[in-house]
Design a protein around this ligand. Sequence first.
Ligand code: 5GP
Ligand code: MG
Ligand code: MG
Length: 199
Amino acid sequence: MEDTKMADKINVLIPEETVDAKIKEIGEQISKDYAGKEVHLICILKGGVFFACELAKRITVPVSLDFMQVSSYGNATESSGIVRIKKDLDDTMENKEVIIVEDIIDSGRTLHYLIPVLKQRNPASIRLCALLNKPDRREVEVQIDYLGFDIPDEFVVGYGLDYAQKYRNLPFIGVVEPDAAEDAPETAEGAENVTGEEK
Ligand code: 5GP
Ligand code: MG
Ligand code: MG
């Protein structure tokens, strides 16, 4: 029987080699900045997981890892900025040098909400590391301490980022071709907030 399932067309925005080289560079920078210390990476699931693993391998100071899963409440087009913690951290972050590892900063609302919440848990320090940033989409201020790439306002997939839970495993950053993405939600929040799904 013929397989009638359509495959989405994905155009490469940032090739695998470029992403890998950048992660290596960020890892080296973090290793320098935290020389003589230990870092505690907090990976924001699910999108941050591929980036966090690759980054951790490039850090030469001792690394511990913890995971958190969040979702935002809102309607199809606008995130409310209220973040629900779906899976909290396993370990304390008290007195640790924390780096939050996130896939992408879009409106900024998720991290704008989350960082002050995590600061209340008394880490020694807290910084944000994001693989991607969409400056044109920013609605609230977020300081990104370590950044991979600024990208245009396009819905991207790969390296942890999904389209309807698919394509996280692509080893590059790609854009789903507009035709194929016809039924896609307009924004990232749209994709996830309707159901309060994980990021
Ligand atoms: P915000 O910064 O708007 O609070 O939300 C960031 C989250 O929205 C990211 O962690 C990611 O899960 C999702 N997101 C934003 N832009 C994109 C995108 O282009 N592609 C995908 N797959 N997710 C995105
Ligand atoms: Mg995310
Ligand atoms: Mg998603």
